[in-house]
Design a protein around this ligand. Structure first.
Ligand code: NAD
Length: 315
């Protein structure tokens, strides 16, 4: 009789515990980046609820609970993270019907890791403040290779105390978390990095195409660049010439990775940001126009390293 009472008591407290146990993260936007980030978080012991408009994308995260709306994904979570294509979609996911705002806990923390305009991030911070929850902008650098290896850098804007709270969670998907300053500061750091990335990838594509067209062996040219002053991430880690490196989009038909249309979006964000302070962006302007032409030629969904293919004239 006594043993039975103990068993019933244990069963009841287990059920209560399960019911009250909150999920660590509600993760919305399970694309090239989000799928890898969410998977790393789960593999490192976090409990996740996920949502994507494409149900099969959400199902790709083994071990996560798949939800039917951002509201459901946000309910009962310590932190809600979004990794979405652009600012309009982020706003809709937060404020729309069955959006995050309808589900997030009072004083809950919402972290947007998408790359969006810093002014939109500042608006989201104000929306959060006036609706009783907290917000950080935390865009990332490191690309899909960094997302896969959990070596991303998070550039964070907003209140430092909120960053301290979420840092252990972000570090399951990345290697570095940097507080950049006020709300929107993470997004400003992000566009500065990405205009440089786009320029360097375009320049590496230009140099490789010239050398190869003039008869140089692609491997020899790459090894020279990577031990010389032209060396950069685009030449060394994410080379745009097919077949030089395994596991990069150029060796996989420029599939996966960082889509040209998203890189072009980042350059538009950089131009908008520069308009607010009068900083000149002449190189960004040229690279942005190259990307816009490429998008009219069907490159929008390919990885941004396909500038090499475009310069080569393969299509
Ligand atoms: P992606 O297009 O592969 O993924 C976006 C995901 O969001 C898709 O699965 C899509 O179905 C989903 N989605 C779209 N609308 C939605 C909605 N209303 N509700 C829920 N889900 C929705 O893009 P990505 O490459 O993963 O990039 C995501 C963000 O990260 C972008 O802002 C991008 O600029 C930024 N980023 C990308 C890279 C990269 O290398 N791919 C690197 C750094 C930052």
């Amino acid at each position: 009789m006594f043993r039975r009472t103990i068993l019933l008591f244990n069963l009841r407290s287990n059920l209560l515990h399960q019911r009250n146990q909150s999920t660590d993260v509600g993760f919305i936007g399970i694309g090239n980046m989000g799928a890898r980030m969410a998977t790393n978080m789960i593999q490192k012991g976090l409990k996740l609820k996920v949502f994507d408009v494409v149900p099969n994308a959400a199902k790709s995260v083994a071990g996560a609970t798949v939800c039917s709306s951002p509201k459901e994904a946000a309910q009962g979570c310590k932190v809600v993270i979004t990794m979405l294509p652009d600012g309009g979609i982020v706003k809709e996911t937060l404020e729309g019907k069955n959006g995050i705002m309808e589900g997030i806990d009072k004083n809950g923390l919402y972290v947007d890791c998408s790359t969006i305009d810093s002014s939109v991030a500042q608006d989201l911070y104000k929306t959060a403040k006036s609706n009783g929850f907290r917000f950080l902008d935390a865009p990332v650098s490191g690309g899909v290779t960094g997302a896969q290896a959990a070596t991303l850098t998070f550039m964070v804007g907003g209140d430092k105390a909120d960053l301290d709270f979420v840092e252990p969670i972000l570090l399951k998907a990345g290697a570095r978390v940097v507080h950049c300053g006020e709300p929107g500061a993470g997004q400003i750091a992000k566009v500065c990095n990405n205009l440089l990335l786009a320029a360097s990838m375009t320049a590496v594509s230009e140099a490789m195409n010239l050398g190869i067209k003039m008869g140089l062996d692609a491997k020899v040219l790459t090894s020279i660049i990577n031990s010389s002053t032209g060396r950069c991430w685009s030449s060394e880690t994410y080379n745009p010439v097919p077949g030089l490196m395994p596991n990069v989009p150029s060796s996989n038909g420029y599939k996966g990775g960082f889509m040209m249309k998203l890189t072009a979006k980042d350059l538009a964000l950089a131009q908008n940001t520069a308009l607010r302070c009068g900083a000149p962006l002449p190189i960004t302007a040229v690279v942005h126009q190259i990307y816009r032409v490429m998008m009219t030629q069907g490159y929008g969904d390919k990885d941004f390293s396909s500038t090499y293919e475009f310069f080569k004239g393969a299509k």
